[in-house]
Ligand binder design. Structure first.
Ligand SMILES: NC(=O)c1ccc[n+]([C@@H]2O[C@H](COP(=O)([O-])OP(=O)(O)OC[C@H]3O[C@@H](n4cnc5c(N)ncnc54)[C@H](OP(=O)(O)O)[C@@H]3O)[C@@H](O)[C@H]2O)c1
Length: 202
């Protein structure tokens, strides 16, 4: 359905389950090689890689805590060594502490912002030098909570708002390099229907 994705190399963060897994498998079905990032769930990541390689494309699982810059450095070094370049970055992984804002601590702020907002800037800064073949697609995964109040969503709301602002700013800055940056709200598809892929060139 999207032949332009065939042969592309994609990194999906937090691809062991949920939306990340679904996006990784969809990219693989379109013919892209897919790097499955995970933090803790190595066996789940390996299972996703097996599903990816069964589709006839390359896949590998790379561990990195996206909230820690030194961890990202190691992952991108492995991507450079194994694949030599990166065409697609799906910044899907997010982590935050739910609850009331009035009960949020400084530590919750640091962890949530690092994993769900600052991580996007770090990922993009490290991915763009590998997007050197005039094709680059970057998608951040946000949620309604970036713009609306979701009771109990805690600091994830402010983190998603920051993520969306970063996405707009990076889209502007990277446009001259022909790198397209978008944010997407995930929606579970109707059973039997394909998941819409964001960021397609029209
Ligand atoms: N679920 C929803 O209803 C919903 C709605 C709107 C938006 N979203 C957004 O969609 C995205 C995916 O949500 P989901 O519900 O599918 O996620 P999920 O099922 O909770 O899975 C989270 C994934 O992220 C990984 N992860 C978490 N913290 C990480 C870190 N610090 N470094 C690297 N990987 C990390 C986890 O890996 P490990 O298991 O290895 O830790 C796992 O693969 C998120 O950005 C979320 O905000 C979700």
């Amino acid at each position: 359905m999207y032949p332009e994705l065939s042969g592309k190399i994609a990194l999906v963060t937090g691809a062991t389950r949920g939306f990340g897994r679904a996006i990784a498998l969809r990219l693989a079905r379109e013919g892209a090689d897919v790097i499955v990032n995970y933090r803790r769930s190595m066996s789940e990541a390996q299972k996703v890689v097996e599903e990816i390689t069964a589709l006839g494309v390359r896949g590998c699982a790379l561990r990195a805590d996206i909230g820690k810059e030194e961890s990202l450095d190691k992952m991108f070094e492995q991507i450079r060594e194994r694949f030599g370049r990166l065409d697609i970055l799906i910044a899907n992984a997010a982590f935050g502490v739910p609850g009331k804002l009035m009960e949020a601590t400084g530590k919750y702020w640091e962890v949530t912002m690092a994993s769900s907002a600052r991580s996007f800037l770090n990922l993009v800064q490290k991915a763009v030098p590998l997007m050197n073949n005039s094709y680059g697609r970057i998608v951040s995964i946000t949620s309604d909570g970036g713009q609306k109040v979701i009771p109990g969503y805690g600091l994830m709301g402010p983190a998603k708002a920051a993520l969306e602002s970063l996405t707009r700013g990076l889209a502007y800055e990277l446009a001259p390099k022909k790198i397209i940056v978008n944010a997407s709200w995930p929606v579970w598809p109707t059973p039997g229907q394909p998941i819409p892929f964001p960021g397609r060139r029209r």
